[in-house]
Ligand binder design. Structure first.
Ligand code: NAP
Ligand code: GLV
Length: 310
């Protein structure tokens, strides 16, 4: 029984000792050179696996994502049916996202972008403040990340609403569901935060219609996936003043091409998919728990429903 680590962008030499601290006899192999006999691989730990590769391991017990999002795994048309897949539910990822959303909501709420523009030209003008209770935050996705962000924003005193597939009862958060609920939330949102998984139902969800349903001058913070946003529609909404700003951590094409207009738009803040990282020191215990679960035939923690896409 061996675990295969298959993840560009993560350093296997950081993961091997942290996972071995949890499971001392773990046979840790690194794709491609160290994979060895495919029959011996029972767990794959991955993010963006090459299409068709996972099907080459005939004795697989689990596919564990190194990320919260699993769309990069699900895009593989040859995934072996019946092998459970888990998304990552990691306290470090959650803390990172809560920090990022706090930073960006507060920046927009306190008009930081306008003050920086004023500083460039030596303009000492006070801009009117708004009470946090009068700032309406709408969160798309009230899962492990969205709910934690909503609870933090509600503790700041913001007026928080959220949208999810199923209804939620979360302290300080008004819950909406369904298409009607989506538009009800959008119509009452000053700062829209996207923390949805990317699925066939949520792809392109932020387009001219939904952005147009926001009050004029609203702000978008997208820390979910680039394909949630129709980027041409977003640029048009910014240019027309329908949106006054956007913070974008994710893009349809990553890295964002050097000549992409979003790099240079005066009302856009760009991050290089940096909102929340998977760090071995936080995620290894969660992953080790799922390795043990898979090997003893128990359901995985964070097991996804393939049909649903998350
Ligand atoms: P999660 O726990 O699976 O939560 C997903 C939420 O979205 C749930 O509340 C779910 O509703 C809702 N949802 C899904 N499909 C929906 C639909 N069609 N209509 C309405 N609501 C829907 O996921 P998570 O751990 O919070 O992560 C969310 C996403 O954040 C990830 O998938 C990933 O794309 C992104 N992310 C980005 C970064 C970054 O650095 N930028 C880092 C981590 C994660 P129910 O609760 O009713 O099921
Ligand atoms: C990062 O984008 C993640 O899905 O964890």
């Amino acid at each position: 029984m061996a675990l295969l680590f298959m993840c560009d962008g993560q350093v296997p030499t950081e993961w091997e000792p942290t996972l071995r601290a949890e499971i001392p006899d773990l046979d840790f192999r690194v794709w491609p050179d160290g994979a060895g006999d495919p029959h011996e691989i029972d767990i794959v730990l991955t993010w963006q696996p090459p299409r068709g590769l996972i099907a080459t391991f005939p004795n697989l017990k689990a596919i564990l994502s190194l990320a919260a999002g699993v769309e990069h795994i699900l895009r593989d048309p040859e995934l072996p049916p019946g092998v459970p897949i888990a998304r990552l539910i990691d306290p470090g990822l959650q803390t990172g996202m809560v920090e990022f959303i706090a930073m960006e909501v507060l920046r927009h709420h306190r008009r930081e972008c306008e003050y920086r523009a004023q500083q460039k030209v030596g303009d000492w003008t006070l801009l009117r403040q708004t009470l946090s209770r009068d700032r309406r935050i709408g969160i798309l996705g009230l899962g492990h990340l969205g709910a934690a962000c909503g609870e933090m924003l509600s503790r700041f005193g913001f007026s928080v609403s959220g949208w999810s597939r199923t209804e939620k009862q979360l302290p300080g958060i008004t819950s909406h569901t369904g298409e009607d609920g989506l538009f009800k939330l959008l119509e009452q949102t000053d700062i829209l935060v996207c923390l949805l998984p990317l699925t066939p139902d949520t792809e392109d969800i932020l387009d001219a219609t939904t952005l147009g349903a926001l009050p004029r001058g609203a702000v978008l913070i997208n820390a979910a996936r680039g394909k949630h946003v129709v980027e041409d529609d977003l640029i048009e909404a910014l240019d027309s003043g329908q949106l006054s700003g956007a913070t974008l951590d994710v893009f349809r094409e990553e890295p964002l091409p050097a000549d992409h207009p979003l790099w240079y738009h005066p009302d856009v803040t760009v991050y290089p998919h940096a909102a929340a990282w998977t760090l071995p020191e936080s995620a290894a215990p969660v992953i080790a728990d799922n390795i043990r679960r898979a090997r003893s035939g128990q359901p995985l923690f964070g097991q996804i429903e393939v049909r649903r896409g998350y």
